[in-house]
Write a protein that binds this ligand. Structure first.
Ligand SMILES: N[C@@H](CCC(=O)N[C@@H](CS)C(=O)NCC(=O)O)C(=O)O
Length: 219
């Protein structure tokens, strides 16, 4: 039975999973959920994830939501080095993955939601939310900037799930206006990932193509 991954190709969260699965050589069956038509809020989808969010993994009776949890499941299944190669690396990978959810990606998500509300519903952006997000992103990016000054990857000397989780907001930053370009080490690290991890570049292209199609449809 195949491992099903539900999501929309325009989603940076889905990208974390599809990129990681490709890097690990895990075959997954893509199940399209059109987020721009609200398909993650149908009664059927809510039985998979009551939050109405994607991605979702379904592997037989196992259903997992939250992209980081899905990636940990796939990496354990594949016994992948993306989890880190030593116990110390594994602890560090988890540390950055949790940090990424609580202190990093959330603020890019706020910017994305403001952008999407304005673009698709004509709703004015909230200055207070945008300011909070921009300040929080700059504070967190400063930590990454120092961390990446003398490193190629977030943990150890190879790609891990920590890189994938922290790189995800780059998927939408040209649309959201997140101030990543103020941080040269961060930008250089992202560029390195695109150039050395084919699945990261391929999924970037997938997000861009999908978003261009969605934007064409509303213009
Ligand atoms: N923390 C979740 C975030 C999931 C999330 O925000 N997914 C978005 C797409 S990137 C979504 O499905 N949105 C649908 C909606 O809000 O209706 C994860 O890491 O998986």
């Amino acid at each position: 039975m195949s491992i099903k991954i539900y999501g929309d190709p325009g989603s940076g969260s889905l990208r974390r999973v599809t990129a990681a699965a490709a890097i690990m050589g895990v075959d997954v069956e893509r199940m399209h959920v059109d987020l721009f038509k609200g398909e993650s809020h149908t009664p059927e989808f809510l039985t998979l994830n009551p939050h109405g969010l994607t991605p979702v993994l379904q592997d037989g009776d196992t259903v997992i939501w939250e992209a980081s949890a899905i990636n940990l499941y796939l990496a354990e299944k594949a016994d992948s080095n993306l989890l880190g190669r030593t116990q110390a690396e594994k602890r560090e990978v988890l540390q950055w993955m949790f940090w990424s959810g609580e202190q990093w990606r959330i603020f890019s998500t706020l910017l994305f939601n403001e952008w999407a509300g304005a673009t698709f519903m004509g709703k004015p952006k909230s200055d207070a939310i945008v300011q909070l997000a921009m300040t929080s992103i700059r504070n967190a990016a400063q930590v990454l900037e120092s961390h990446l000054a003398a490193r190629t990857f977030m943990v150890g000397d190879a790609l891990t799930l920590a890189d994938i989780d922290i790189a995800a907001p780059f998927s939408q930053y040209r649309r959201t206006g997140a101030p990543f370009e103020e941080f040269p080490n961060l930008v250089a690290w992202q560029q390195r990932l695109l150039e050395t991890v084919p699945a990261w570049e391929a999924t970037r292209g997938e997000v861009e193509k999908r978003m261009a199609g969605v934007l064409d449809a509303v213009s």
